[in-house]
Design a protein around this ligand. Sequence first.
Ligand SMILES: [Zn+2]
Length: 440
Amino acid sequence: MYLRKFFCALVTILFALNSLLPAFAHGGGRSTQTPASIPADAPRDEKLWKKALEIHRKAIVVDTHNDILSMMTDDNYDLGVSSVGKYHTDIARMKQGGLTAEFFSVYIDRSYARDGGSARRTLDMIDYVYRAAERYPNDLMMSYSTADIRRAKKQRKIAALMGIEGGHAIEDSLMALREFYRLGVRYMTLTHNNTNNWADSCCDTAKHNGLSDFGKDVIREMNRIGMLVDVSHVSDKTMSDVLETSTAPVIASHSSARALGDRPRNIPDDLLRRFAKNGGVVMVNFYPGFIDKNVIAAAKERDARLKPQLDQLKETFKDNPRQLEAETNKLLAANPLPTTPLSVLIDHFDHIAKVAGIDHVGIGSDFDGVPSLPIGMEDISKLANITYELLKRGYSEKDVKKILGDNFMRAFAEVERVAQASRTRLSGDGNVRRINADKK
Ligand SMILES: [Zn+2]
C-alpha cells in the first residue's frame, strides 16, 4: 500500500518516484535515542546540540502533513507498533521527534473522483484517526483548535488533527464540507494532482482558470466555519485566486520554494510574497524530488533514459497495477538517484523566510507520502535536526520557534478568530450542481 499514493503521481510525473531502497536503508534504524541524532557525516557541535534540544523540547512543534493515515486505513497499520524500516511514522518516533501536533492527511485518491465514493472514503479515514486516539489515550489527543494543541503539549501528548487532501472529497457539497468540519477536519487541500469540478491543480489540465465561482464559495465557507484553506497541489492561478478570496490566513500544508526546486507544485517567489500579505504560512515539504535540483535533474535524465522500459512495463502490466508498481519500483531502484544532504532542506526554510518573511514558514514533512528523504531527516524522530541546523545558521530561538510551530499557531488562531466573527452569518445549502443550475 505504501506506494499506492505515489503511484498516480508516477503515472503523470514519472520522475517523482525515487528509489525506495536508499530511503529505507537509513529509514530510522539508528533513531533509538531520544531525540534523533544529526547526520553522521557532520561533526556535531555538542553545546549547540544541547541548546537545540532544549529549545526543541519547549517549543510547539507542528507538522501539517503526514500520510501515515493511508497505511493505517488500507493496511490496518497500528500507529502504536514500531514501523522502523518500513514507515516514517509511529507513536514512539513522533515522541522522539519532539512533535506537539500532527495533521493526519485524509488523502483521497483521484480515482474516487472518477469512480465515486470520495466522501465515504473520507469518513472511513477519519474513523481510523479517532480509533488510534481511543487506543492510545495517553499518547494521542484528538484536537480541534489552538487551545487543544496547547493542552496536549501540557499533558505531554501528541495533538492529533486532520486535514483532507483533495477537494473532491466534499463531492461538490458545502453541506459535506460542514459535516467534515464537525467531525474535526481543520484544513482542506483544495486539490491533489487532479483538477476537480471547482479548482485547477498544479499538475492536470486547467479547466476553471483557477477557482470557479463555486470554488470561491468553498473558500468563503471555509473562512466562515474556521477551516484552514490549503493551497498545496493547486495551480499558480488557483493559489492567486485563493489569496485574493480568503479573508483568513491560508496555508500550504506541504510545499517548498520553486526558486530552489523547479517543480509545478512548489511556490514561486511572487506568490510567496503574497503569503506575507495574507498572514498565511508555507510549510516546507521534505521530499528530495521536490526540493533538490540535483535530484530533479537526475530524475529527468533517468526518466528519459528509462522511458522505453517504463512504457514496456506499462503495456505488459496494464491490467495488473500492483505488479506494474512492483516492477516499476524494481527498475527505478536499480537506477538510484543522488542522495540529498540536510542543508538542501534547510535552504528552503531559509529562502521562504527571506522572501515571504520569518513569520510565514513552517514544517509540512510529507512523511509516509514520499519514497525518500534527505540524509539526517529519514523519519519523524529526526525533527530536532531542523532546530539544530537553523541555530547553526544563526536563527534566534524566537525565530526557530516560529518555524517549528508558532507561525502555524498564529495563522490557525486567526482562522479561528475570523470564524468566530462570522458566527452570525448563516450558511446556505451550498450544492454546486444547484448553484450552477441557478446561474444558467
Ligand atoms: Zn500531497
